[in-house]
Design a protein around this ligand. Sequence first.
Ligand code: ATP
Ligand code: MG
Length: 421
Amino acid sequence: MRYSRLFSKTIKEAPADEVSINAKLLMRGGFVDKLMAGSYSLLPLGRKVEQKIEEIIRQEMNKTGAQEVLMPLLHPKEIWNETGRWETAKDVMYQFKKNDKEYTLSFTHEEIMLDLVRKHAFSYKDYPVKIYHFSTKFRNELRAKSGLLRGREFLMKDLYSVHTTEQELNDYYWDVAKAYLEVFKKVDLEVRVVEAAGGVFTDTHTHEFQAFCETGEDIIYYCENCDFAENKEIAKVKEGEDCPKCKEGTIKVARSIEVGNIFRFGTAYSQKMNITYTDVKGEKQYPYLGSYGIGVTRLIGTIVELFHDDRGIIWPENVAPYKVHLIQIQSSKFKVQNYNSKVKSFAEDIYNKLIEAGVEVLYDDREDVSVGQKFADADLIGIPYRLVVSDKTGDKIEVKKRDSDKMELLSFEQLLKKIKS
Ligand code: ATP
Ligand code: MG
């Protein structure tokens, strides 16, 4: 991608009302744009990051045997009345009336998924059902001040499963928990699985995936030695106590961000919606439901909260919008004398060869900005490798990682070897 052609460029200042680090850096870097509080556009760079995260999640979901679908966002009141959530969750929903009919925008999809099950899975032979999608959720969030961490409209991956036995639901629930840990590992987050209350979703305990982050809204108590962790809201332990699980570690307190949450509903929803399947004996039974969410756009915000310095974002390699950021620097002497200088044609050559080699590259080909500006933009955007070609680098390329000050002069072949290892 030529930076001169990229739709969204860096900006000097984020809007004054933007307080969170993630929104400030993402807006300044040209990743997102704010329409209103809690409502952001993903610009080309932001969308690329989102797609990387989405693909990591998709792979892990598919490994659990789940299948991808896409469910509607506009829902009729009737379906929400079947579980009573039109009333019980009305504070969080965007409900409205049009031509005498009432609707809501989606804040979750349990009812919609169970309606699909009702129409497409009839016998125990059709079970288990495991379906997921990536889609927008609308929630009437009162405090939308944390940028991508808390949107009124945001992207979620939500997976739903129905099973013929509780045991099978439990087994799959823990399979998904493992898959989630795999996802968070791949995006470089340190996460704890935390037991928590179910809110408007369920009376039974759920499990949240909390990423350690000093700017997070949540507080968790965790063991420094084993995987024990509890949300502050329900915590039975205190800071400094011995861990009730391993008995060896000490309980510590940390701030965190909830990046995922998994739920077991048993047969509560299928009973309310009267959804049944026929078992081996030909009798009608209520299936067991589980649901599993990851906040995709919240993950982008979390990564930025964790990985940045005073110059900008430092993307983990797996989610960076591009692998390398190529900069060509022409001294003013060359520019005046000969527009198509050696440096420029060498940079163009490197750009084309990188694309041919399958390396994702953002190429700052601009003629009319200073070297200082190009470096500052590269730091702000935060792509893992910065490559510089100038009249000082000769037939080599200067390579620097975003998170280091060490520079190396490498040939094209050496560069490829380095970034592909
Ligand atoms: P929170 O407690 O932070 O308000 P929640 O418990 O209401 O979140 P869930 O219903 O569990 O959220 O949604 C599943 C996942 O979706 C969450 O774990 C989180 O990662 C993400 N998520 C929830 N609300 C938002 C939001 N307003 N903006 C961005 N992501 C969100
Ligand atoms: Mg939750």
